[in-house]
Design a protein around this ligand. Structure first.
Ligand code: NAD
Length: 419
């Protein structure tokens, strides 16, 4: 793709927008995949007791450059202003070269809890002495993953004192390659349990993945040039806003919610597990014992703002709904990512763009202005406006700063759009 900047994209009708994306990606099949969507038949195989489908808008965030590559970002969200803000944040990062990313690689932890132990520290050492045997047993149950260069890569063993007595918790570390990995590592955890019981002399209780995926971190960095974001005053305003989120959990929760507005929308669009990524992000944000922000902002020697983010992003390109849901498959093709690791890094960049756009709006004009004009469209729709009337009434309400159903109905009557 030559550029993710698509001027005027937001003004097009949905069909034409889809045409532009197909053209930009040079991939005609995307159109059919998005148009057909998930069938009831497919849905019925995914979960239990299916009675229908629940639809959520799918949009495209524009303007992203990630590691030098122009990227169009599909986002599935019900919240107005998220996609516009992500595009806006990405546009302001372009002067600084966009987003630069890195990661730890796709290693997940499975926890195997052993209880009823006579000598927990002795048990811990016996497990560690047999680490290679344990990883061998784990790898036997997923030869496919091993063939792909993944599989169990090591162990950590923790002695934990609890209200229910001492426990030995083995962490089986598994390189999940392009899978999110929950099923894969849970199967491995169950497979090694008898050997852990033999070594500890205790009883294995839980065997399950940890969503605190601190060995599967994705990072992104962007330089927001002072000139591109409104000058030194904006730099300082964002810096002060971010400083509060670092030390105050009340602010950090909302700060991180803003980050997840972006990340979760891409997680959902690609058919990944939104709860797994959310749980990991918030647990990671509290890893020091105090809940804090997932991003940091600094001012560099040029007076520009340097934004960085680091969080666990456990997502896959195989497994779960990613390969089943046609829209998720189309989303992955639009993104043009070739590995789960690359997908996780794109998500980190989206989180940073989203976060920066929200912070900038909050620290300068206030969040409501941008938010409200989009919210106004929803109110106009609720009041019964249709077609071009939606935009006209929304704009009037936004400019009057009177956005409510009563005003929308009044305008609808006044402008003759009622039916
Ligand atoms: P999966 O088991 O469907 O796919 C993983 C398997 O695919 C691997 O074991 C491997 O054998 C195979 N595979 C083929 N190509 C691969 C490649 N390129 N890279 C890696 N593996 C490849 O799915 P999963 O990723 O193990 O599990 C994800 C699902 O588990 C999600 O639907 C998630 O919602 C669910 N889940 C989550 C939790 C949790 O997060 N706590 C718990 C249970 C289940």
């Amino acid at each position: 793709m030559t550029s993710s900047r698509l001027p005027g994209f937001y003004k097009l009708p949905p069909d034409e927008r889809l045409g532009k994306i197909v053209e930009a990606c040079g991939d005609a099949e995307i159109k059919e995949m998005i148009k057909s969507g998930l069938s009831l038949e497919q849905a019925d195989k995914m979960v239990e007791n299916v009675i229908g489908l629940f639809q959520v808008p799918l949009g495209i965030a524009t303007n992203f450059i990630i590691d030098g590559r122009e990227v169009l970002v599909p986002m599935a969200t019900e919240e107005p202003s998220v996609i516009a803000a992500a595009s806006n944040g990405a546009r302001m990062a372009r002067d600084g070269g966009g987003f630069f990313t890195s990661s730890t690689g796709p290693v997940m932890r499975a926890q195997i809890q052993a209880v009823d132990l006579k000598d927990p520290h002795g048990a811990r050492c016996r497990i560690l002495e047999h680490a290679s045997e344990i990883t061998r047993i784990a790898n036997e149950v997923d030869p496919m993953l091993v063939r792909l260069g993944g599989g169990a890569v090591g162990l950590e063993v923790h002695v934990i004192d609890s209200r229910a007595g001492p426990m030995v918790v083995t962490h089986l570390l598994v390189d999940c390659r392009d899978a999110m990995g929950a099923n894969a590592v849970n199967t491995m955890a169950e497979a090694v349990a008898p050997e852990i019981e033999r070594l500890t002399g205790g009883r294995v209780h839980l065997r399950i993945i940890s969503n605190l995926a601190d060995m599967r971190l994705a990072r992104a960095r962007a330089v927001f040039k002072a000139d591109a974001i409104g000058g030194a005053e904006t730099v300082s305003a964002v810096f002060k806003a971010a400083a509060l989120a670092e030390v105050d959990p009340y602010r950090a929760a909302t700060h991180n919610k803003g980050i997840m507005n972006g990340i979760t929308a891409v997680v959902l669009a690609t058919g990944n597990d939104t709860r797994a990524v959310e749980a990991g992000a918030h647990a990671y944000a509290a890893r020091s014992g105090q809940y804090s922000s997932l991003s940091r902002y600094e001012i560099d020697s040029n007076g520009d703002l340097v934004g960085t983010i680091e969080l666990p992003v456990a997502v896959g390109l195989v497994g779960g709904a990613t390969r089943v849901h046609p829209v998720a498959r189309a989303a992955v093709r639009i993104l043009g990512v070739r590995s789960a690791d690359e997908l996780s890094r794109v998500m980190a960049a989206v989180g940073l763009a989203q976060n920066f756009a929200a912070l900038r709006a909050l620290a300068t004009e206030g969040i409501q202005r941008g938010h409200m004009s989009l919210h106004a469209r929803n109110i106009a729709l609720q009041a019964g406006a249709r077609g071009e009337m939606v935009e006209i009434i929304a704009e009037r309400m936004a400019s009057e700063r009177r956005i409510n159903i009563e005003r929308a109905s009044e305008l609808l009557r006044e402008l003759g759009g009622s039916h």
